[in-house]
Design a protein around this ligand. Sequence first.
Ligand code: NAI
Length: 337
Amino acid sequence: KAPPKRILVTGAAGQIGYAICPMIARGAMLGPDQPVILHMLDIEPAKQALEGVKMELIDAAYPLLAGVVATTDAEEACKGVDVAVMVGGFPRKAGMERKDVMSKNVAIYKAQAAALEKGAAAGCKVLVVANPANTNALILKENAPSIPAENITCLTRLDHNRAVGQLAERSGVHNTKVKNVIIWGNHSSTQYPDVNHATIDGKPAREVIGNDEYLDGEFIQVVQQRGAAIIKARGLSSALSAASSACDHIRDWVLGTPADGSYVSMGVYSDGSYGAPKGVIYSFPVTCKDGKWTIVQGLSIDDKSAAKMKATGDELVEEKALALECLAESALGPNNM
Ligand code: NAI
């Protein structure tokens, strides 16, 4: 058997943590032949709950689980990790300004970037899930200069999978036959779920669905607002699907996307492809091979799409400016963003 890989999950005592740790221990992230050691980090108030999760993981006797580290010490948690799934963060509470939330998360991601930079294994792959996911990932990138930018990503695969799910439900075709939807931009309500290159059972999605009004209206809104709809229905956020999509994100990144060239969406450090702003973490269509992602090039973009891609890019530039302001205002100093 292969030597175990170490996987960090921050915020492991939270909802997504509780859903994702068992998935990882069952091989959903790195495959059925790869033993794993889970490194679970949370904060002091959640220490006891974190211990409880560790107890349950031991009780589940997973064949692939070679060890569990449960700690409130970021440096201990980051030591030797091959994959880091950053779920921990400060949630927006009623009455809080966007800037207050940003300021809390900027501080967390700056500190955890330092812990990762110090302790993570060479080549560590980082996935930021906690919101604002794109900007948290950017802060992490800026504060961990020895980790290559290409190794720091954020989760938009949940939005991607939501789009696939909607097209499958609408067409009555199984989700495995729905390919090449794209999520452009920010993991927020400005994201652009694009079906112009999508296929359903090998045929253009627009042809199969046969209702452009739905695809250009309701479909986009349902995907953009799905998170809020789930909170409304469940009284809790979408932890199961977020956890499952985070596993999909890392699995495809490490083990590769299908050889037929079909692609997935990932938030990655923008090189300016398709007119996206450079220097932000923007969601693009990517293929993955040998542990590396590549932005799919040469897709035709119509004017309507270009406008939506610009709007979500503008929001990311604005978020970056807000994050910079928070950094500058904190005693920690502005860094080199
Ligand atoms: P939760 O509140 O249940 O769990 C968050 C956990 O993070 C808590 O246990 C908390 O103690 C911990 N935490 C807080 N600060 C920390 C720190 N500095 N270090 C380590 N742990 C820390 O929240 P839930 O539902 O698990 O969601 C987690 C995050 O994921 C939220 O920010 C949420 O908005 C985001 N999210 C992102 C999605 C995406 O598609 N990108 C989808 C769904 C949720």
